[in-house]
Design a protein around this ligand. Structure first.
Ligand SMILES: Cc1ncc(COP(=O)(O)O)c(C=O)c1O
Length: 385
């Protein structure tokens, strides 16, 4: 294997879809680690460190479970299978496509789901959450911190506070796939019970890891369930002892973890939690990058989906096309300038907008010049319209 100093990924177009994102050389290099036994004394502490650093990223010092899937699967399944028993009520706060996928997943495991749907470009209001919680007892409330289909940010702190005040037994579940490591998130301080996420966005790793952090309260709810868990591979009964073993420096086996991706995850988490810029500064750099993209778009007359700045994510931006312009007019032109952006995803308005991701190294490593490249390309493509 060449050394890290010699390793450089092949030239490629700049990937600024809202995940997967650009991955740093040292992370790809770590992924190319020679194959290792998942129970070797060299690998066990790497896995243990990942569990500890994951908690650091979501500000959850006490949460006992961080869990990496050994199979590629969407994270909501782990919540649906473990925390909701068939026939129990779940409330899904819907701010875009991923509210629907969470709903479908919960229903697959037998939950009775009510959705509170925000208008496109907004998050569900605290008043609506309060009245839903007063009308019915829910085991869990789920929300998408940043819905990748709309770039709408939900106010995690306010949602958790409303749930704790109105229905303190209800668990607060945050889908952080498009927010962890790019949006401010304080799991312990805000009272979030489960954060679920994945490797391919703000965490800056190739796709393949689905990651979950659960609070002591969520674990208690899991342990007190009476119905058997309706999934073999996603069961916390299987995974909790494994994670506890790795964290205490001992190997254990239930299913083979994705060893090389965990090396890559370790490299990225080490950068995020132990090197400059540290987490707080990273959030600040994401805000600055986001502002540059949003200011450029505004100057070009492009309207965001987010109805006001309070609903606007900092890790991505969703922009309506001007009248008469379509994805076919824009995305190939950006592509020809070396910029890969994404089309729309929200079914109701899919063809009317496009999305740009600005997470991870694209936002925090200013020496790369990624944000400048994107704003220049936007200016050139839309000025010609
Ligand atoms: C907000 C959100 N939740 C859940 C998912 C599902 O994650 P995955 O595709 O890794 O299963 C995604 C994927 O983009 C997402 O953006």
């Amino acid at each position: 294997m060449t050394s890290l100093a010699e390793f450089k990924q092949a030239p490629h177009k700049l990937l600024v879809i809202p995940g997967p994102i650009e991955v740093a050389d040292e992370v790809l290099y770590a992924n190319a680690h020679p194959s290792m036994s998942h129970v070797s004394p060299d690998f066990v502490p790497v896995f243990g460190d990942c569990l500890r650093m994951t908690r650091h990223v979501v500000s959850a010092r006490r949460a006992p479970l961080s869990n990496f899937a050994s199979e590629k699967s969407s994270c909501p399944r782990k919540v649906a299978a473990n925390l909701v028993q068939p026939g129990e009520n779940a409330l899904v706060l819907h701010s875009g496509y991923f509210g629907d996928s969470f709903t479908e997943c919960l229903e697959t495991y037998g939950a009775k789901v009510d959705q509170l749907k925000a208008e496109i470009g907004a998050a569900v209001s605290q008043e609506a959450i309060e009245s839903a919680l007063k009308a019915k007892k829910y085991r869990i409330v789920t929300f998408t911190h940043v819905d990748t289909s709309t770039a709408v940010l939900s106010d995690a702190k306010a949602i958790a506070a409303t749930v704790k005040r109105v229905s303190p037994d209800t668990l607060v579940i945050l889908d952080g796939v498009c927010s962890v490591a790019s949006e401010e998130l304080r799991m312990d301080a805000w009272g979030i019970d489960v954060v679920l996420t994945a490797s391919q966005k703000g965490l800056g790793v190739p796709p393949g890891l689905s990651i979950l952090v659960a609070s002591p309260k969520a674990i208690k709810v899991f342990e007190s369930r009476t119905a058997p868990v309706g999934s073999y591979y996603a069961s916390w009964k299987k995974w909790l002892p494994i994670m506890r073993a790795y964290e205490s420096g001992k190997p254990a086996y239930f299913a083979t973890p994705p060893v090389n991706l965990i090396y890559a995850y370790h490299a990225s988490l080490t950068t995020i939690t132990k090197k400059a810029p540290l987490l707080e500064e990273r959030f600040q750099l994401h805000r600055a990058a986001s502002q540059q993209i949003k200011d450029t778009a505004a100057a070009l007359g492009l309207k965001q989906l987010a109805l006001n700045p309070a609903f606007a994510a900092t890790g991505m931006t969703a922009l309506y096309f001007p009248a008469g312009v379509t994805a076919a007019d824009v995305l190939p032109k950006l592509g020809a300038k070396g910029i890969i952006a994404a089309g729309g995803l929200h079914a109701a308005i899919k063809d009317t907008y496009f999305r740009i991701g600005h997470m991870g190294i694209t936002a925090v490593d200013e020496t790369r010049g990624d944000i400048q490249r994107v704003t220049t390309a936007l200016n050139e493509v839309f000025a010609a319209k």
